[in-house]
Design a protein around this ligand. Sequence first.
Ligand code: FAD
Length: 295
Amino acid sequence: MRSRGRFADADLEGVRYESLDAAEIEARWPGWTVPAHYRGLYEPDAGYLYSERCVAAYRRVALAAGAELLTDTAVLGIEAKRGLTVKTSRGEFAAGKIVVSAGAWFKSLEPSVKLPVRALRKVVGWFEADERLFRAGAMPGFTFGGPSGGYYGFPSIGGAGVKIGRHDGGRPWQPGERFEPFGAYPEDEADLRAALREFLPGAEGRLIHGAACKYELSPDDQFIVDAHPEFPGVLLAGGFSGHGFKFASAIGEALAEWTESGIPPARPSAVLAFPLLVGNRSFNPIRRSFTHEQP
Ligand SMILES: Cc1cc2nc3c(=O)[nH]c(=O)nc-3n(C[C@H](O)[C@H](O)[C@H](O)COP(=O)(O)OP(=O)(O)OC[C@H]3O[C@@H](n4cnc5c(N)ncnc54)[C@H](O)[C@@H]3O)c2cc1C
């Protein structure tokens, strides 16, 4: 399933929104400079997540439920011999069920697990902005696209500056390769600055902070959430293609249900806006990719 466009998707999923022309956008949020032929979709019920606080909450809830977290422990491989075995830098663990969600590092798990996930280096920047126009509450989170690319961002939250990143583009990266920090390439800052200059000129101030991180792209930007075709006790979740964080709770819940029951759950409601591969054998990216004991 491909996206039919934001308006059609929103209509189909019953999302409440307002359709605004360029003049209406500029009148409501004067920080914007919008080409006259653009239309905007404003979703009054949308918001943003404080990702670090979310991760801290996941961790707290998991520990309270009896989970043991082994940080700084590398998974070196997974084998299916007399049950499932996870080999790590801290020894081997026997498992009845396994969920593998290695993000941009899936390639490092080959040949145990082979997913068609391509990692890219991406950058984001926080820029000093006119707080009257761009502070949280005065302006919502945003995405926009133009001839030069597609961008997303957030208002200045607590004076942190306007955050902006580019969704398309990025430099290929592989686990094990050197990962260049923000600013290693002139375009890291210049590209974000050019988009601000064109669409949000009052937010093209001093660079407060820049960061580099990794996207993990599936071949068609669809999420890959599936059971291993040969080992149904192994669930794989990856290729979140730059959109995964906001769905983490729903995907995690779906994987937990699947792990407990052995039955693929119905599509979780929170991921309706994005295509999701659940139990789609036609995709079949991982057939015969495990090392396992020969009979
Ligand atoms: C710049 C940027 C902006 C983004 N913006 C948004 C956004 O606005 N909204 C949104 O919804 N999403 C966004 N995303 C995407 C989102 O962050 C990802 O989709 C999401 O984090 C993917 O979750 P994951 O658990 O699959 O992978 P990750 O969060 O990458 O987690 C994978 C984990 O596995 C660990 N790991 C890997 N290999 C091994 C191994 N061999 N042994 C042990 N541990 C291992 C890694 O250390 C890592 O902790 C953005 C991503 C980037 C880079």
